[in-house]
Design a protein around this ligand. Structure first.
Ligand SMILES: Cc1cc2nc3c(=O)[nH]c(=O)nc-3n(C[C@H](O)[C@H](O)[C@H](O)COP(=O)(O)O)c2cc1C
Length: 187
């Protein structure tokens, strides 16, 4: 991985991020596009999952073992160690996936649903924080940045659906600066 990173850094100064994750109750699952929302069975080498509470992911899923407080503390230390190692070998950001370890299981998916959590992290630490989750509109994104709720915004599905989204958004807010001059007549 170090060689790979060094090579990429030689090609471009674009910041590079690595994700640290704990699958929690979402672990021991089939790859979603092979079997959606389905836990592995013994034949497929399933494993015991651990989560903050003994609540299953969904109907038909196994109940995860509840982590003890000291096990959770150990995971926090492991995350910290992994982040420090990532920094040491040259990553610019770490993405901490809350995917499986978040104690809240009934998270509501409204527009910008992760932003309240990001705001708490930003408020209580001095680290640059990023949010994602149903941010689809440039005005909504700008509002989160302007209110200093977050420092960075990531968009996944919106960009996959429309890779030219950023240029259309720039046009919408009359910011032509990021549109290459050659492209201006396209928007
Ligand atoms: C193709 C795809 C792959 C993703 N992979 C990950 C991942 O590896 N880790 C993670 O924490 N989130 C992953 N996500 C979730 C996104 O980071 C993001 O939280 C989620 O899609 C909500 O943001 P959105 O509404 O902009 O798509 C993935 C999303 C998509 C669409």
């Amino acid at each position: 991985m170090v060689n790979n990173l060094e090579f990429k850094k030689k090609l471009s100064d674009i910041p590079i991020e690595i994700q640290i994750a704990h699958a929690g109750r979402k672990g021991s699952a089939f790859i979603p596009w092979i079997k959606s929302n389905k836990s592995l069975n013994k034949r497929n080498k399933s494993w015991i999952t651990y989560a903050p509470s003994a609540i299953k992911r969904d109907k038909g899923w196994p109940i995860p073992r509840e982590l003890t407080e000291s096990q959770i503390k150990k995971i926090i230390i492991n995350f910290k160690d992994a982040a420090l190692k990532a920094k040491k070998i040259g990553f610019d950001y770490v993405c901490v996936s809350s995917g499986g370890i978040l104690p809240i299981t009934n998270l509501k998916f409204y527009k910008g649903f992760s932003a309240p959590f990001t705001k708490i992290i930003k408020k209580n630490t001095s680290i640059i924080t990023r949010t994602s989750g149903l941010i689809t509109d440039v005005h909504q994104a700008n509002k989160l940045l302007k209110n200093k709720n977050v420092d960075l915004i990531a968009m996944a599905r919106t960009f996959i659906n429309d890779p030219m989204w950023i240029y259309k958004a720039a046009k919408k807010i009359k910011n032509n600066k990021i549109i290459p001059s050659q492209y201006l007549r396209c928007f």
